[in-house]
Design a protein around this ligand. Sequence first.
Ligand SMILES: *[C@@H]1O[C@H](CO)[C@@H](O)[C@H](O)[C@H]1NC(C)=O
Length: 215
Amino acid sequence: MASPFLVLGFLIATCLVALASDHSPLQDLCVADLKGPLLVNGFACKGAKMAQATDFFFSGLHMPGNTSNPVGSKVTPVNVVQIPGLNTLGISMARIDFAPWGVNPPHTHPRATEILTVIEGSLEVGFVTSNPDNRLITKLLQKGDVFVFPVNLVHFQRNTGHGNAVAIAALSSQNPGVITISNAVFGSNPAIANDLLAKSFQTDTKTVNWIQSKF
Ligand SMILES: *[C@@H]1O[C@H](CO)[C@@H](O)[C@H](O)[C@H]1NC(C)=O
């Protein structure tokens, strides 16, 4: 007979695995009623009999994103907003385009682990573990390589090639969310007090004002 500790350990491990992604669905289909008045943790379902193939379909990931912007990258998300049939299923994807030396700036996904593959070019990728270690785990990826960014951790990608780079990512949430660190800290609305940021970043308010003006 299994010891109570083993059973407890197994239960805890099971819970942790389940908490790493969206909750499991309790029915075959729960196509999101994106415009419905009901707000739940996710979207309310349309009637299963009303589900159509188009509810589970998206076309457009063959199209390069427009990278003409200050960071030189563009994310094309395919989550529950684009595919209502993803509601409650705990999965989504994205295409990320990079101009030469373009970056997908440090950001986190509050609800998803990400697994990414390079389908064109090469990418420098990395994530940082939480305090107090803040260890940077980084790798140079070539076409066909796959890398994982654990849920919640700050991560980034940069095109190190001279041509364009393209990656496809899968995420363990129907709605992973994105918090871009620079936008959240220096581009919040309204702004975080510049003297607070100056002390936090061990710099002066002039420098903070200058950075805030970029976001
Ligand atoms: C790409 O974005 C830039 C900047 O917003 C814009 O000027 C340009 O017209 C866009 N290009 C295409 C092909 O949409």
